[in-house]
Design a protein around this ligand. Structure first.
Ligand SMILES: Nc1ncnc2c1ncn2[C@@H]1O[C@H](COP(=O)(O)OP(=O)(O)OP(=O)(O)O)[C@@H](O)[C@H]1O
Ligand SMILES: [Mg+2]
Length: 329
């Protein structure tokens, strides 16, 4: 499948002279899960809000965001309303702030069908209950009458997912959907997202600050540092052959089965705020020694890989079939 559903090109988000997101480009194909990872303040949420047309007015957006071939940058609010929900859905970082606290959750989902699909109130309610069932909420008829505060964190997150999926969006942006959940519920939500991708073909942009969580669900991973994309690759490549020192630093913070350490290494320092980043600020400015040693490691790995590849193709050429085909008689 070569078609692309979301095509982001040279997207930047600026606050006055400072960039929160700089020159970000990536693509997502239908049915693909792209993980987006980076520490707090790296620009993961702003990237998503820019796609949803929900950036704060104080921020300036530039570049292209193509959804199904159509550029969304510069669209009016009315046109954007059609894109949201039916085209691109989003699960927000804070379910409690994204759900209406004084409205029953069933009514909040039903509203999606009434607004976007002109459903009657009765039909919308039936479909809302169907959605709650789809995200595996037990006793959906009963839970539809609950207010958000009456549900557990995991349930609220499922309600958010049900709302985001109500109008069958082609792309779903999930912004840290599992951060506030314990590991068991977190695993259930990840399973649910994967199941939905399989059954509906929805492409998912899955955001987390944890590379460990992202790796459980993603086909490809995009690593962001201080507003920039530093690496984007298949999930196995990210783990087996990380190219950027920041990716390696994030990898080193993940606990590994069978590796016994007293304390996992933390990355020294933190992502500086926007007004403390120079125009060409990079991870090297934060940890120069770590940066250089990881870069050397990546170079060494690349050399070894190339040498192995060359040795393998040499030995393949020595196989009898190649010798015969080469006519070396
Ligand atoms: N409305 C805004 N006005 C000014 N600066 C903002 C605004 N929203 C975000 N920022 C700044 O932009 C940077 C990126 O923010 P963003 O919320 O995208 O980070 P994030 O990667 O999602 O982090 P987290 O993991 O904490 O959610 C941060 O330095 C943040 O303080
Ligand atoms: Mg965020």
């Amino acid at each position: 499948m070569n078609e692309v559903i979301l095509d982001v090109r040279n997207m930047s988000v600026a606050l006055g002279p400072h960039f929160a997101v700089k020159d970000v480009s990536y693509q997502i194909k239908p049915g693909e899960i792209l993980g987006v990872v980076g520490e707090s303040g790296c620009g993961k949420s702003l990237t998503s809000l820019a796609i949803m047309g929900l950036l704060d007015k104080s921020l300036t957006l530039s570049g292209d965001i193509r959804f199904g071939g159509r550029n969304l940058v510069g669209l009016g609010e009315k046109q954007y309303q059609h894109i949201r929900g039916e085209g691109i859905g989003m699960i927000f970082q804070e379910p409690m702030t994204a759900l209406n606290p004084v409205m029953k959750v069933g009514d909040q989902i039903a509203e999606m069908f009434i607004i976007h699909e002109n459903s009657s109130p009765k039909e919308a309610r039936d479909r809302a209950i169907e959605m709650l069932k789809q995200v595996h909420i037990p006793y959906p008829e009963k839970r539809a009458n609950a207010y958000p505060h009456e549900l557990s964190g995991g349930m609220r997150q499922r309600v958010m997912i049900a709302m985001a999926l109500a109008c069958k969006p082609k792309v779903l942006i999930a912004d840290e959907p599992t951060t506030a959940l314990d590991v068991t519920v977190q695993a259930q939500v990840l399973d649910l997202l994967e199941e939905l991708r399989e059954t509906t073909g929805t492409a998912i942009q899955f955001i987390s600050h944890s590379l460990g969580v992202v790796s459980q669900i993603s086909d490809r991973v995009m690593v962001m540092y201080a507003g920039r994309v530093v690496e984007i690759a298949d999930v196995n490549e990210i783990f087996d052959n990380p190219q950027h020192p920041y990716t390696q630093a994030l990898l080193d913070t993940i606990p590994r089965v069978g590796v016994d350490v007293d304390r996992l290494p933390a990355i020294p320092g933190s992502v500086p705020p926007l007004d403390q980043r120079s125009e060409d600020y990079s991870f090297r400015d934060r940890c120069p020694e770590l940066y250089d040693s990881y870069l050397q490691k990546a170079e060494k790995r690349n050399h070894q890989r190339q040498a192995t590849k060359a040795a393998q193709s040499d030995s393949a050429l020595q196989q009898p079939m190649f010798r015969q085909q080469g006519g070396a008689t």
